[in-house]
Design a protein around this ligand. Structure first.
Ligand code: NZQ
Ligand code: ZN
Length: 391
């Protein structure tokens, strides 16, 4: 196991009706003037936004509002949010929505107290300072409610890139599983897929002897395999929603990733798909992961065989461990299809003729040197082959 620091200071407030505590929590963490940031309208339709505003009103906390965050959030609205926060002297951002709303909130939080262009952070500059962020989560998926990361797409060039820093970890996150009951089944399934991807990206490590984090990841993957179909079959199953929601947070606050190298090639390769085609990130991952895993499998067959046996119940073939490893990858893909996720380019709305463009932005965009690195190192030829496997 490698040396590590684990810093996860977010206060998680979990359970039914917990959104009524939003006002009290903003006050507890020092907010006096709030920007309520939200998406395309689901929180208006469900009445959640009104409940959150009522909670702020009852604590006497002033606020302004900015809606309109799109899935795969864009830089344009971030600039608008930064201007608004400066003009209104906002000192706390309350994200009410999913990963896209939270990531846009984090970008605004960092950009408001920075003299330069906020995009600098998405080109590698670490975020050291930001306004405080709190979240009321409405979809179990990205894990942004407990992560130090934010992913934004820059409209010029459609670069989808991430920024990081402990300063943007939410001060609190309100997790009420009942709020996820209004999700369309496709979004629930995309969320489940993203959570599983966050677990796989950490499982695929080059660090030896990481039993404790291996076992934590396996437990969370097994939870997803058990609870995912229950939520798809019955969207109102509160207990299944609750288990998935907490698994989503634990999958990505890095509790499962400490002390080990991680992969993240599937995410890098997928981000170009959701940037170009505006597909749901989780749906893109459902198509990307099996291809990437098959491509990198020979690097460490036993790692793939281990997850195949422990999570997917495959029989270990000691003479041909690659057979077991492949069976595990196929079982993952079968599972993702069973919950309604796509399995190829066509189902995702992606086009084979765009592959050179995808590879170019992936490997050369934003100053990259022609390679990307995770569990293995990939060059442009490798990435082309991987995208072709998804066709
Ligand atoms: O915009 P509204 O109207 O709210 O609708 C949203 C959106 O259309 C809808 N939705 C959310 N909660 C709902 C609901 N509809 C009905 N009922 C509810 N309770 O679902 C759609 C998707 O929302 P979005 O926020 O985009 O989903 P998600 O949480 O999957 O976030 C995806 C974004 O997070 C990034 C992804 O790349 C993508 O841009 N990621 C962020 C990470 C991080 N910050 O740590 C890590 C992830 O790997 C990921 O890359
Ligand atoms: Zn993800």
């Amino acid at each position: 196991m490698n040396n590590f620091q684990f810093y996860s200071p977010t206060c998680f407030v979990f359970g039914k009706d917990t959104e009524s505590q939003a006002g009290e929590l903003v006050k507890r963490f020092g907010g006096t003037k709030v920007l309520i940031h939200f998406g395309g309208g689901s929180v208006v339709r469900s009445g959640l936004l009104d409940r959150v505003k009522k909670s702020l009103d009852s604590e006497g906390v002033a606020y302004v509002e900015l809606g309109g965050v799109k899935p795969n959030p864009r830089s344009g609205l971030v600039y608008e949010g930064i201007d608004l926060c400066k003009k209104e002297n906002v000192d706390f951002i309350l994200a009410v929505g999913g990963g896209s709303v939270i990531d846009s909130s984090k970008a605004i939080a960092a950009g408001t107290v920075y003299d330069g262009d906020f995009w600098d952070f998405y080109q590698g500059k670490r975020i050291e300072k930001a306004l405080s962020v709190g979240t009321v989560l409405t979809i179990a998926a990205a894990g942004s409610e407990g992560s130090p990361d934010s992913v934004i797409t820059k409209e010029e060039g459609m670069f989808k890139r991430g920024a990081s820093g402990d300063a943007i970890r939410p001060k609190f996150s309100i997790l009420n599983p009942a709020l996820t009951q209004t999700l369309p089944p496709y979004q629930s399934a995309a969320g489940i897929t993203d959570i599983m991807a966050h677990l796989y990206e950490r499982y695929l490590t080059n660090t030896k002897e990481v039993e404790v984090t291996d076992r934590l990841i396996e437990a969370l993957l097994l939870t997803m395999v058990h609870e995912g179909p229950r939520v798809i079959a019955d969207p109102n199953n509160y207990e299944a929603r609750a288990n998935i929601m907490w698994a989503g947070t634990l999958a990505h606050n890095n509790m499962c990733g400490v002390g080990r190298s991680q992969d993240w090639l599937s995410h890098s390769i997928e981000h170009e798909l959701s940037a170009l085609y505006d597909c749901a990130h989780g749906a893109g991952l459902a198509v990307t992961m099996p291809a990437v895993f098959k491509y990198e499998m020979s690097h460490n067959v036993m790692r793939f065989a281990q997850v195949a046996v422990r999570v997917w119940g495959c029989q270990m073939d000691f003479e041909h461990p690659e057979v077991t490893a492949l069976a595990g990858i196929n079982a993952l893909q079968k599972f993702l299809i069973s919950i309604g996720m796509p399995s190829n380019f066509a189902e995702l709305g992606a086009k084979e003729e765009d592959i050179p463009k995808l590879v170019n932005v992936l490997c050369r965009g934003d100053g990259r040197d022609g390679t990307i690195e995770g569990f293995i190192k990939l060059n442009e030829e490798d990435c082309t082959k991987i995208y072709k496997m998804m066709v």
